[in-house]
Design a protein. Structure first.
Length: 119
């Protein structure tokens, strides 16, 4: 069982930055991928970025590239999402997701953190 806790959300003006954190209850090396998603009101959950336990990074072309950066600190079992040049349309609840591969694929979700970007 993996528990994820997101933090770092809040209210920011357009053009500002926020750094979200996702801290896992278990060792980072037992988790194959940690991903960030977001969900705006009335919209589907949207993939933003992923990072593997080896540090390989994936970013969603349509949203994250150029503005968002994902990184990890294995010593703290924490993955970060640095978001720059925020826009009002980035307003959403941001979730982290952990994927554990094995005989049975398992996924875990955090409770989410609200990001609100004012114009």
């Amino acid at each position: 069982q993996v528990q994820l806790v997101e933090s770092g959300g809040g209210l920011v003006q357009a053009g500002g930055s926020l750094k979200l954190s996702c801290t896992a209850s278990s060792s980072s090396f037992s988790i194959n991928y940690i991903k960030w998603y977001r969900q705006a009101p009335g919209k589907q959950r949207e993939f933003l970025a992923s990072i593997s336990n080896g540090g390989a990074v994936g970013l969603a072309d349509s949203v994250a590239k150029g503005r968002f950066t994902i990184s990890r600190d294995n010593a703290k079992n924490t993955v970060y999402l640095q978001m720059n040049s925020l826009k009002p349309e980035d307003t959403a609840v941001y979730y982290c997701n952990a994927v554990v591969l094995g005989p049975q694929r398992k996924e875990y979700w955090g409770q989410g953190t609200q990001v609100t970007v004012s114009s």
